[in-house]
Write a protein that binds this ligand. Sequence first.
Ligand code: SAH
Length: 248
Amino acid sequence: MSRRPSFPARLGPPPVAKKPVSFSPVMPGGIGLDSQAVRARMVQKLAAQGIADAQVLAAMGSVERHRFVDSALVNQAYEDTSLPIGLGQTISKPNVVARMIELLLGGKRDASGKLGRVLEIGTGCGYQAAVLGLVASEVYSIERLRGLHDKARENLRPFRLANVHLLFGDGMVGYAKGAPYAGIIAAAGGDAVPAAWIEQLAVGGRIVAPTVMPTGQQALVVMERTAREMKQTVLEAVHFVPLKSGIA
Ligand code: SAH
């Protein structure tokens, strides 16, 4: 007597429930990326390169940079290199992020040991906003590209940084509602520091912004508002994406 096959017909062995595969990419040196050790090594390198602020080094050591880059680039996340984040934009290399935040802090801290309110222009993937969130009391970060603003929101969600506020808009006009700022930091370079940023800077505050010099070269510019004047210092050459007006 032939038995009719039950439906659905079983072809071959029953499926075995798969264990969920945890994503733990391996660094060239064989160290799992979920390891704190990879970041500790990055921090050691940053210190050797001259980053001295303990708070900046601690923040760089704690934010998981690999969570902000595409999975194909994860094994480069802790190398001292800039990486594409989509829509033609890049995440700066760790050394540049640390250097700029150190300049922004400029040795200043409020009673809580942190910098006060900070404005970031160019949220990108949200990495620098997360680092800033650990060294400043409040962070307002503006992005002009909707796609990246949304991506940053998603990237930052698991970090639960209640003091990091993401805004979609044109950062050339700053964000008056959060002003005055103890620090304004730009991740994109224009031909000049926009007037709105200077207006929204607190006395004693600093602007750190890549700016195109008359030579056509981009350099890091630090501006500081004293009670009487704006002081400006031009530092090393840098390569940032252009600061653009409007939203897209
Ligand atoms: N800090 C970012 C780096 C992003 S790259 C990170 O950690 O990933 C610089 C970003 O500045 C780009 O996403 C670009 O779209 C944005 N940008 C350029 N001009 C801008 C403007 N006027 N307002 C807001 N964002 C701007």
